[in-house]
Design a protein around this ligand. Structure first.
Ligand code: NDP
Length: 431
């Protein structure tokens, strides 16, 4: 995966940048010469041409990463406690949740930069290949630094002894620089805002090129804004999550957050722009189809947002960390006033009302609906805008099976009672 994923990212990028999203292959699959020609001319020459790590790319990506790190260190926000960490003798780490204030400052600053033309955001998509390379390199560099420093400091945990496995899964649990928890910062502050800015850049480029913006690109901007915004406004729910509490800070999380998410989840936006630039004709759809997809996106978002919020707020109320924040938007039904639940011998309560009385993973269903709509808004000309949906479907179905197995072990017969009470996982009467 460590070798294959970056290669796949380059391959998809070449297909998008130079072949309008067509998945290219050697002319003759069983001929060495054909493969050589394909790898050298179709892939490598294009990478050299459009994805070299230039200084401009370095300043754009590095500038954002550094800026977001500084904001994470200095901006105000509520402090929440994580779960007790066994390796720290049950100590609860504190997390400054200043994602929302940092997000608003970033949006305001980028608005000023664009308005004054000190930095034209269209440069992001103009330098997409180079920025992606810088992000990939940074993914490797940061993973290595975290691994080496934690090994030197002796803060490693659960090491298997196999270097490659440990490098991939990580060595330490909660690396920090000053007040900034590197894992949480990397998970929330980099991937989603970068994804949003890539799409905003596509929209500005489209406007600069044709003097107009199309409904599909507005759709993608709304989609990526909603996702990024949701991560910042619900940040206080993240410290007790599996990634923060249990997962180590290794290549898997670091690379994926620093490079994988922003530079693969953006294919719909890039495809819309590149197709228009190559053919001179923007991708648009009939009004009913476009409205239908906006409805799907907003419906998916509503279920995703309120589903996560119902469960997290319910759990936070149990442990006394609940706080009402004013991040926009606060949707109706996001907080259940008199929830029903199943008590367990373990002590945790399992929510059975709201969306959680209808399905066991309602927020996954909403998330998947959004992911599918990101593909459908581009039409059916290329597989690449559907890559995110396909990949995400695999990730979530794998997560569901692991999670159900873990909960069945953890809660025993109480889990069986819960499954009887809420028999469907994604959609009632379907699955
Ligand atoms: P979940 O929100 O599904 O959390 C699972 C845990 O919640 C379980 O292990 C259990 O933990 C607890 N739980 C399960 N059922 C109940 C219940 N009825 N009442 C109370 N607690 C319950 O975790 P994820 O981190 O997988 O997902 C969070 C969100 O992030 C989702 O919306 C998902 O779609 C999204 N996501 C997005 C990704 C992306 O790349 N776009 C990648 C991964 C996730 P316990 O042991 O405490 O009981």
């Amino acid at each position: 995966m460590m070798i294959g994923f970056p290669l796949l990212m380059y391959y998809f990028w070449v297909c998008l940048e130079y072949y309008q999203g067509k998945l290219i292959s050697p002319e003759h699959l069983f001929s060495m010469a054909s493969w050589q020609d394909f790898l050298v001319h179709d892939i490598w020459d294009h990478i050299k041409l459009g994805a070299a790590p230039t200084w401009t790319a370095f300043f754009i990506y590095g500038g954002y990463v550094l800026f977001s790190f500084i904001l994470a260190a200095v901006m105000p926000g509520p402090v929440v406690e994580g779960l007790p960490v066994p390796s720290l003798k049950g100590e609860k780490l504190k997390y400054i949740c200043n994602g929302l204030s940092s997000w608003y400052v970033t949006l305001a600053l980028s608005g000023v930069l664009q308005y004054t033309k000190w930095f034209d955001l269209a440069l992001i998509v103009d330098n997409f290949g180079g920025i992606m390379t810088v992000a990939i390199l940074w993914g490797f560099i940061m993973s290595t630094l975290v691994y080496v420093i934690s090994t030197a400091k002796g803060t490693n945990h659960r090491m298997s002894g196999n270097f490659f496995y440990d490098y991939f899964m990580g060595a330490c649990l909660n690396p920090r620089i000053g007040p900034v928890d590197l894992k949480m910062w990397a998970e929330i502050r980099v991937p989603w805002p970068v994804l949003f800015y890539i799409t905003l850049s596509c929209m500005i480029k489209q406007y600069e090129n044709s003097g107009t913006v199309t409904a599909p690109i507005c759709f993608m901007l709304l989609a990526h804004f909603l996702y990024s915004n949701a991560c910042q406004k619900g940040e206080e729910c993240i410290p007790p999550s599996w990634d923060i509490f249990y997962e180590k800070d290794g290549f898997m999380l670091i690379f994926w957050n620093m490079a994988g998410v922003p530079f693969t989840y953006c294919y719909s936006s890039i495809y819309l722009l590149k197709t228009e630039l190559a053919t001179g004709t923007p991708i648009t759809h009939s009004t009913p189809y476009t409205i239908f997809l906006f409805v799907c996106l907003l419906l998916g978002y509503y279920v995703f947002d309120t589903g996560n919020s119902q469960k997290n707020r319910f759990r936070m109320e149990q442990v006394g960390t609940f706080m009402m924040r004013n991040g926009f938007p606060q949707l109706p039904w996001g907080h259940l006033k008199h929830p029903t639940y199943i008590t367990t011998e373990h002590g945790n309560l399992l929510l059975t009302s709201g969306w959680w009385g209808i399905a066991r993973k309602p927020h996954y269903t909403g998330d998947l609906l959004m992911a599918l709509s990101w593909g459908l808004i581009t039409g059916f000309g290329s597989f690449l805008p559907y890559f995110y949906f396909c990949f995400f479907l695999c990730v979530l179905t794998h997560r569901v099976s692991r999670d159900m197995e873990r909960c069945a072990k953890k809660y025993g017969k109480d889990w069986d009672r819960y499954c009887e009470r809420v028999p469907y996982i994604f959609i009632p009467y379907v699955y």
